[in-house]
Design a binder for this molecule. Sequence first.
Ligand SMILES: [Mg+2]
Length: 232
Amino acid sequence: MPSLVPIWFDIDGTILHTRAGRGAFQKALRDTYGWQDSFESVVFAGNTDLQVLMDLSRVHAGDEKAGLKDCRRLFDCMADHLDAGLAENPPELVPGATELIGRLAENPHVLLGLVTGNARDCAFIKLKHVDLDVHFSEGGFGDQHADRNELARLAKSQLAAKHVDLAQGWIIGDTPRDIEAAKHIGARCLGVSCHFSPAELREAGADEVVEDLTPTDGVLNLLLGEFHRPDG
Ligand SMILES: [Mg+2]
């Protein structure tokens, strides 16, 4: 076991659930590009915000790169709408998320991070609304690259600069795309069975699968082995 175990979380379906992201994206598209979209064909689970924008750009402008020039403005606008939407309808936490992340954050052997399809500001706004933003500072975010595997690679590069190997740790996520990203960089993956069944996540290559993040000591044992002390 290495001296420092990186544990990097996906957000949606892994830490929390919210429907506000969809509405914020729709409003930001309208405000930034004038595009109206019902999002019937949009798949958010496991996707990156940048990939969703490119898919919508193809539909509305015939070119997947059409929206990229103004994407900073789009993501800023989306963050504002998201913050307002979550104030009205707060996210619902995945059971055990607050206690697990709190326990990991106080463990000196753990380095917490994010690998999420959310644009950076949106990721921290979602976490802020469940009081978990204080535990995270770095990661790979969905406005950095359209390909989730590349987000994992970016996260791995950040850690390498600190002489920590993400391949020695875990990515925790709820979709086969999270698992694929973990495998892409050689990390282990803990699947959270929210949108996909345990069998589907195992078939996708998850090393371990849980239904939610309880019980805390059980999940800590899976992730940390000898570095987990049940008394915290
Ligand atoms: Mg997810």
